[in-house]
Write a protein that binds this ligand. Structure first.
Ligand code: PMP
Length: 397
């Protein structure tokens, strides 16, 4: 990978904050956008903007083709069987809400098994829809939690706090042996590794455009066609209907049944441009580079006295672009907010807090962490700046 050239694709990376070069290490929250994605948004607004699907006129048909071509790009990117399996949503959060809401209407089981590392968006939608959420830490726990009340297993592929992968192949195999479907929250895996829904054999999958170099406000909900067919619609409105009368409404075919209202057709096109962009870099090159960078960061962070990184059990090495840590001074915690604020003054953007994973914080018995999360556009020099910054902060306390 030619990092110099890649960084030039991301104009924001050359800006300064507080008169210092920006070191952007908050990629798990959102990634920066390459010029081609930003251009795709303005180009479509300037040249091809019209509401999709219902227009007979030229522009509407052009916008529709771009929107449906984007669905095809997503379909190929995740290895789905056909475009009926690709539903556009606002993001991972909406995708999981969709599934929880729809499933609650047809399932006579009311438990969902999740991992202890879940983001709130894979906990709260289930609770809101009447499911009891049962968390596991490891595979032994996992097996013991599955019962005849389990409606679904819903797990993060990669933790947004620890960067650790759930043992997803085993989880899916065990769940399927019991006839239970699996939903994969792939918000933190799709940007960093090849994710193929057929290879994984997951039943549902969600990810967010903005974490994968695309725009905000667009995301993906994948489901096996036979399962999506059985689920009732999520929201009502235009687009998702076949015929409407005051007494009875029939619904549109897949995937439109789940897409009420005007879709984010500008976002879908820009997301496809983002996926094409990372495909052109190569997902395996991205994975290799990012895991080397993450290992380098973990190693270098060890040189900071009083720094503790977090893992789960003995699984601390298998990280995917995310490192969570706290800084201690002679055993006393330096609050993560102080560390984050001081790093910010050095131009280094990290995230602090519970990272929308309060149950994991309870499990680890901490209030929060400092999280550095990497992209293929980050460099070892930037890791060195983070380490130097932390060393400086530690001396201040
Ligand atoms: N799941 C995981 C693992 C995440 O990291 C995030 C975002 N931090 C979400 C779900 C929610 O994504 P969004 O806010 O884009 O819907």
């Amino acid at each position: 990978m030619d990092y110099k050239k890649i960084r030039e694709d991301f104009p924001i990376l050359s800006r300064e904050v507080y008169g210092k070069p920006l070191v952007y290490l908050d990629n798990a929250a959102t990634t920066q956008k390459p010029r081609c994605v930003v251009d795709a948004i303005s180009d479509e607004y300037y040249n091809a903007n019209a509401n999709v699907h219902r227009g007979v006129h030229f522009l509407s048909q052009q916008a529709t083709s771009m929107h449906e071509a984007a669905r095809k790009t997503v379909c190929t990117f995740v290895g789905a069987s056909n475009t009926n399996e690709i539903v556009f949503t606002r993001g991972t959060t909406e995708s999981i809400n969709l599934l929880a809401s729809s499933l609650s209407k047809i399932s006579n089981k009311n438990e969902v098994v999740v991992s202890v590392m879940e983001h709130h968006s894979n906990i709260v939608p289930w609770q809101l829809n009447g499911f009891k959420v049962k968390p596991f830490v490891d595979l032994n726990d996992f097996e013991s939690l599955i019962s005849d009340k389990t409606a679904i297993v819903s797990v993060a592929h990669v933790s947004n706090v620890l960067g650790i992968q759930n043992p997803i192949k085993d989880i899916i195999r065990i769940a399927h042996e019991r006839g239970i479907p699996v939903m994969l929250d792939a918000a933190q895996s799709v940007p960093h590794m090849k994710v193929d829904v057929k290879e994984l054999d997951c039943d549902f999958l969600a990810f967010s455009g903005h974490k994968v170099y695309g725009p905000t406000g667009i995301g993906v909900f994948y489901g096996k066609e036979a399962l999506l067919d059985k689920l009732p619609p999520y929201q009502g409105g235009g687009e998702m209907i076949d015929h409407v009368s005051f007494s009875k409404t029939t619904f549109n075919a897949l995937p439109y049944k789940f897409e009420a209202g005007t879709p984010d057709y500008i976002g879908s096109h820009a997301l496809a441009v983002a996926l094409d962009y990372i495909s052109s870099l190569g997902m395996s090159s991205i994975s290799d580079y990012e895991s080397q960078l993450t290992q380098y960061a973990i190693q270098q962070l060890q040189s900071v006295e009083g720094l503790k990184t977090y893992g789960l059990g003995n699984n601390v090495e298998n990280r995917c672009s995310v490192v969570s840590f706290n800084l201690f001074n002679e055993g006393t915690l330096i609050h993560h907010l102080d560390v984050g604020t001081l790093l910010d003054r050095l131009g280094i953007a990290v995230r602090t807090g519970h990272h929308c994973a309060e149950p994991l914080m309870h499990y680890l018995n901490i209030e929060g962490t400092v999280r550095a999360s990497f992209s293929f556009y980050n460099t070892t020099d930037e890791v060195d700046m983070l380490v130097a910054g932390l060393q400086r902060i530690r001396k201040m306390f």
